[in-house]
Design a protein around this ligand. Structure first.
Ligand SMILES: Cc1cc2nc3c(=O)[nH]c(=O)nc-3n(C[C@H](O)[C@H](O)[C@H](O)COP(=O)(O)O)c2cc1C
Length: 505
């Protein structure tokens, strides 16, 4: 059997879907789905997913904070190519941390021709996050990426695969190129990926390339190819991905517009309600007959975080559900403790409100924003922030008149965006997600005047689970409680699964 045949047969084996977990703990960027949360979920029999979005920047900041608990260095010490990991530690680790009020050191920004030091950091960071999520048990671990942030993908995937990731889950775009990339990297072969460049000609072919030998010191390693599970909002997109992808697609997450994070835009012309949110209609409803006819396992996401909705998903032919919001608010989540407690309080007091902002994200996708005073959901707070673009993950490559490539972000300072030929209307209402999302997990940058970047929290519409899980006056709950709640089991039953998994691990 050839390598390609073995991949084909693995995803189409009879009963393969019965091995997939019922619950996928949603990949929540940036760092909300941390290795710690994913490890707990995975060891209790469900799919623990880490977020690979901006993980290079996150690991660099954790190291600069002195690496509390030593987890980053423990993971990096296991990296199979010690010189590479040692360089990353040398560049970013600050014993005892940089200290309160000191800005984090910037890492290079991603581009089509990235700094080799950034490539090494990215491979190592993805490796470390997956390695820590897999540590000490025999459960399954996935990694989530946003297709739209294209330039880091090859290095990111290779790092995650070196750590033995089981699933790659990708949303916010149409990831037809990724299955072929996974096949190449699994064989230790160079991979390349076409990158979308604005103002380019159809005949242009701008690519990122990555050769695993740059990390392995020239050794061609065979590593396991993970399952590839794109996130889709329509069966049509599922059909397209199956027929047009550069390799096998192993399943889908089918996500509706009430899910946390980025949402697919409504079909047809964008109509806004009186709160400025996109209105979704019957055309946006998932056609489950067509989903079933695709013949691949699928999970349903977007307000499916309850035992009733899990049952409904199973009846619709799904393998299970992908749940984000309930895990984002549990005690193992990477979300800043103060924000998490505020949100739980708001949910307990029936004051929890999430709006779908069609403009906030420079990715161009509608983005769910939890309304929390003092954060960037607050108009005044947003307007008082001076625009800074120093991370650049959502920058879009564009072709300049001289044929070279430039990079610009809707949320960067107006003058520089306009100088790059951008249109002022693109910049209205845009929020710097790079900086805000790192503030959400307690890694916000310090500015020249000593102030810190402020959070902008995303969550899904449905937080009804909070009151149902937090009975008896309690104000926090664990990931194990979320799993028990969803499966209709007792916490002890879920814990027993965890103990068995640790013994096997
Ligand atoms: C805080 C948060 C961040 C998220 N970030 C991402 C992300 O980076 N990539 C992604 O594919 N989905 C992301 N999601 C969506 C989740 O993976 C999941 O599909 C969704 O939360 C399911 O709906 P629910 O929020 O109603 O449970 C995010 C969700 C939340 C709550």
């Amino acid at each position: 059997m050839t390598f390609a045949d073995s991949l084909e047969s693995r995803s189409h084996e009879a009963g393969a879907s019965s091995r997939h977990p019922r619950i996928v703990q949603g990949g929540m960027g940036t760092g909300v789905s941390s290795w710690f949360l994913a490890n707990v979920v995975a060891r209790h029999g469900q799919l623990g997913v880490v977020s690979g979005t901006v993980i290079d920047g996150i690991v660099a900041r954790r190291l600069q904070d002195g690496d509390p608990g030593g987890h980053m260095r423990r993971a990096l010490a296991s990296f199979p190519f010690p010189d590479v990991a040692a360089r990353v530690v040398r560049r970013y680790y600050v014993p005892d941390g940089i200290g309160e009020g000191v800005p984090y050191r910037r890492i290079p920004t991603w581009s089509l021709h990235a700094d080799p030091a950034l490539v090494e950091l990215t491979v190592c960071a993805n490796y470390a996050e997956v390695w820590l999520a897999r540590e000490g048990h025999s459960g399954l671990v996935g990694i989530n990426y946003l297709e739209k942030i294209q330039t880091p993908h090859l290095a990111s995937l290779y790092g995650a695969m070196l750590a033995g990731v089981d699933y790659v889950i990708m949303g916010a775009g149409i990831p037809v190129q990724i299955p072929g990339v996974l096949n190449q990297l699994a064989q230790g072969l160079p991979a390349s990926m076409r990158v979308h460049v604005e103002q380019s000609e159809p005949s242009d072919d701008f690519r990122v390339t990555f050769d695993p030998c740059a990390i392995t010191g020239g050794r061609r390693l065979d590593i396991r190819r993970p399952f590839f599970v794109p996130i889709i909002s329509s069966a049509t997109l599922g059909e397209m991905l199956i027929s047009k992808s550069s390799g096998v697609v192993d399943g889908f997450v089918v996500e509706g517009p009430t899910a946390g994070g980025h949402n697919a835009p409504p079909r047809g012309k964008m109509v806004l309600n009186d709160k400025g949110e996109p209105v979704y209609g019957p055309r946006d409803r998932m056609d489950f007959d067509r989903m079933r006819s695709l013949g691949l396992p699928f999970w349903v996401a977007g307000s499916y975080g309850s035992p009733e909705k899990l049952k409904e998903a199973l009846e619709l032919g799904a393998v299970g559900v992908q749940v984000g919001t309930a895990f984002a608010l549990c005690s193992e989540s990477g979300l800043d403790e103060g924000l998490r407690q505020r949100l739980i309080e708001l949910a307990l007091e029936d004051r929890f409100e999430v709006l779908t902002d069609p403009l906030a994200s420079a990715s161009g996708f509608p983005f769910k924003v939890a309304q929390i005073e003092g954060t960037l959901s607050d108009r005044e707070v947003y307007e008082s922030r001076e625009r800074v673009c120093d991370m650049g993950y959502l920058r879009r490559p564009y072709k300049k008149p001289d044929g070279s490539i430039g990079y610009r972000c809707f949320a960067e300072p107006l003058a520089s965006y306009l100088a790059k030929g951008g249109m002022i209307e693109d910049t209205v209402g845009r929020k710097c997600l790079c900086n805000a999302l790192l503030a959400n997990i307690g890694l916000g940058q310090v500015r020249k005047d000593g102030s810190r970047e402020l959070p902008l929290v995303t969550l899904g519409d449905d937080a009804s689970f909070v009151k149902r899980i937090l009975t008896g006056g309690r104000t926090s709950y664990s990931a194990v409680e979320v799993i028990a709640y969803l499966l209709g089991q007792s916490v002890d039953e879920v814990r027993a699964v965890g103990e068995a998994s640790i013994r096997q691990g």
